[in-house]
Design a protein around this ligand. Structure first.
Ligand code: PHE
Length: 438
């Protein structure tokens, strides 16, 4: 399957960093805390960890192995298993087209908050300020365009050189800063109430809906279910690479960033008496409140939002790269044309998504505004369905023994069991249960 003209990573570390760049993003720093808050904190953490280290990691390994083996975009990779399965890869392209617009709207908010960091102390009520900002018809839309164009520019230039270096600096910096912030927050009065909320499970809060939310969060956060790792794996030259050794740090880093975020946001919410039910705005209200209150807060605020922006862009790049590789491989489009066409589509849908907080807030589908509906559809339905189909295709049609993930025989058998049984059965059960079928 090797094609000498196909681009490749500079090193194994390049693949690890780009994959961690895809996994770590707004899913950890923005989505995780508010979804956890909506589902009772500690109880959610428990099922989130369970889903990550069972289904999440299985699919991470399976997708990467398929990419390394086929050296093709997701549609081509599934077509290699069986021509009738090509649609599974194409579904990932559709999922990306749903995620990119709303993800980039949040990316736009980050750029706005970098600008606002300079006058954070004068903002006054962070809650009101934030809700007024996102509801306004012009400025969030313009910030969204800026974010979208920045992402498109990186994908347009190709990722091999920029992204490896970018992630190498940014990821350690992100960890360091989160650690400093966490330590600062944990020394505030009442902060331990937040730690308790985050760690002490209250199992009575777990419903069918929480399982669906946790599964959706795992798929979203670790970036599985839409062919990202098939795409990234396809750029690996060395077929003898150990998939498990290369990819497990991705899962561990992803979970660590979520834990650090939870240990910062929840204690801050309790210490500052902020609203726990703030939904998507939680991070944008609590963090500025901390920055306004600590020495050198403006500096920390700017650094934090710049890093958040970097983390978000490395994820957006991966989302866009799936579509770009698909258009290039399947329709023989040039990278230039593929990026231009896809960006134009996302600019239109993203504008509607941004306006759903203001002018279009009356337009609801299934009781949800467009932003929430896109997020629900992508994370809780499309990604799990993509993961389900992937595990069925590999576990039952290809045969999981065709993908060597572990060199150790026993571990390889465990992987095969997980792809064949654990992943499809648990995802299906959660989906059907949440939809009220079982
Ligand atoms: N994993 C990314 C994050 O946590 C988002 C993402 C989802 C990226 C799906 C690619 C695919 O922010």
């Amino acid at each position: 399957m090797s094609n000498p003209a196909r681009a490749s990573w500079g090193s194994k570390l390049g693949l690890i960093l780009a994959s961690a760049g895809s996994a770590i993003g707004l899913g950890n720093l923005w989505r995780f805390p508010y979804i956890a808050a909506e589902n009772g904190g500690g109880s959610f953490l428990f099922i989130y960890l369970l889903c990550t280290f069972s289904v999440g990691i299985t699919l991470l390994f399976a997708e990467s192995a398929l990419g390394v083996k086929t050296k093709s975009d997701p549609a081509g990779a599934f077509a290699w298993i069986n021509p009738h399965l090509k649609f599974i890869g194409t579904l990932g392209v559709f999922t990306s087209a749903i995620i990119v617009p709303y993800y980039s709207v949040v990316g736009g908010w980050i750029i706005a908050y970098i600008a606002k960091s300079f006058c954070m102390a004068d903002i006054g009520n962070f809650e009101t300020h934030f809700s007024e900002f996102i509801a306004s018809p012009v400025s969030p839309v313009l910030y969204f365009y800026a974010y979208m164009l920045a992402t498109a520019a990186v994908v347009y230039m190709g990722i091999e050189h920029g992204i490896e270096k970018f992630c190498k600096w940014m990821m350690p910096l992100l960890f360091l800063l989160l650690l400093v912030l966490m330590l600062r927050v944990l020394t505030l009065e009442n902060a331990w109430e937040g730690v308790k909320f985050f760690f002490l499970p209250d199992f009575s809060k777990i419903t069918a809906e929480s399982w669906l939310d946790a599964m959706g969060q795992v798929f979203f956060s670790i970036s599985v279910g839409m062919g990202i790792y098939i795409t990234y794996g396809s750029y690996v030259k060395d077929d003898t690479i150990s998939i498990s050794k290369t990819m497990w740090p991705v899962a561990v880093l992803d979970v660590s960033v979520s834990l650090l975020t939870g240990l910062t946001i929840f204690p801050a919410v309790f210490a500052f008496g902020l609203p726990m039910n703030a939904g998507p705005s939680l991070t944008f209200i609590t963090l500025p409140a901390i920055f306004a209150d600590i020495p050198l807060g403006t500096f920390f605020g700017i650094v934090f939002f710049v890093i958040l922006l970097g983390a978000a862009i490395t994820s957006s790049i991966s989302l866009m790269e799936v579509v770009t590789t698909f258009l290039c491989d399947q329709f023989k489009m040039t990278r230039k044309k593929a990026v231009a066409a896809y960006t134009a589509l996302c600019l239109v849908t993203g504008t509607l998504v941004s306006l759903s907080f203001g002018k279009l807030s009356g337009f609801k589908i299934g009781g949800k505004i467009l932003f929430d509906q896109f997020d629900f559809l992508a994370s809780n339905i499309l990604l799990p369905v993509g993961g389900l189909l992937t595990s069925i295709a590999i576990g039952w049609i290809l045969g999981p023994e065709k993908l060597v993930v572990f060199k150790n025989k026993i571990l390889q058998r465990c992987f095969e069991f997980c792809v064949k049984w654990l992943a499809p059965v648990s995802v299906l059960a959660i989906l059907l249960n949440a939809l009220g079928v079982i």
